[in-house]
Design a binder for this molecule. Structure first.
Ligand SMILES: Nc1ncnc2c1ncn2[C@@H]1O[C@H](COP(=O)(O)OP(=O)(O)OP(=O)(O)O)[C@@H](O)[C@H]1O
Length: 243
């Protein structure tokens, strides 16, 4: 999946396969006085595999995922998540829409929404409404992240790293067309980092029609440079990624 930064909105690359994620003309600035525009016409197309989003602190990696997930509203532009029958616009659908839930898994490291749940129940809840969910993939994640001993504890009793691992396990088992992982290596122990790196590498090699977007600074979790999108390019008005 070559990712080419281009310095013009009009620049386009030929797309070998229909993209799973399309961002067109994205404009957004943080809603506070004097905030500079973070995205001024950003365009992005990505197919199945792993797309890495890199950039210095504050360049908008997390904000980009929140915009794609529908949590932040773009000032202008369009976001489309591809689906067999129709392209879904997360901003045109109500929160919790069943089609969006099936196709999108947003792994928000800051969320404390489910902290009162027991880990096993959290996984059961995440499984609901996701026909692509894989019990085999979940079993591999529980093993790889050493989560078995924590399944009967409430999330609020778990360490930050273990809570993150539980969310990652659900994300990787979800079968969603688009999985968004924000800085997934943060607070992970060395063994878990190795497991996650291996899971992402395997997914990239055999993506089965699904796209995982990973932000962060950890090179071990990033796909090859050709599949990375850097937000550091000064005032990039358009960026395209194709598989
Ligand atoms: N939910 C939000 N609401 C308002 N402003 C936000 C929100 N998320 C991010 N921002 C603002 O957008 C800018 C970019 O922040 P963001 O967290 O996206 O950067 P980042 O590249 O992920 O940085 P880091 O590597 O430190 O995580 C910051 O000015 C931040 O305050």
């Amino acid at each position: 999946m070559p990712v080419l930064p281009v310095h013009s909105d009009s620049a386009a690359l030929s797309v070998a396969a229909p993209p799973l994620l399309q961002v067109e003309g994205l404009h957004w600035r943080a809603p506070f006085e004097g905030a500079p525009p973070l995205f001024a016409g950003l365009g992005l197309q990505a197919g199945a595999g792993v797309l890495g989003v890199t950039g210095d602190e504050g360049r908008g990696k997390s904000a980009l995922l929140r915009l794609i997930a529908g949590e932040l509203r773009p000032d202008a532009g369009r976001i489309r998540i591809d689906a067999p029958a129709e392209a879904l616009d997360p901003h045109a659908l109500p929160a919790g829409d069943a089609r969006l839930r099936e196709r999108l898994f947003w792994c928000d490291p800051q969320s404390d929404r489910h902290d009162g749940r027991v880990a096993r129940d959290y996984l059961a809840m995440q499984r609901q409404g996701r026909p692509g969910w894989s019990e085999a993939a979940l079993a591999a994640q529980l093993e790889g992240f050493a989560l078995h001993e924590h399944l009967d504890k409430r999330l609020e009793m778990l360490s930050t790293g273990t809570r993150r691992k539980l969310r990652l396990a659900a994300a990787l088992a979800s079968g969603a067309t688009l999985v968004l992982l924000d800085d997934p290596g943060a607070a992970l122990d060395a063994r878990s980092l190795r497991h996650l790196a291996e899971a992402l590498r395997r997914h990239h090699e055999a993506p089965a029609g699904r796209l995982i977007v990973v932000t962060g600074h950890d090179d071990r979790l990033m796909p090859a440079p050709a599949a990375r999108l850097s937000l550091d390019v000064a005032a990039v008005p358009g960026v395209s990624a194709v598989r």
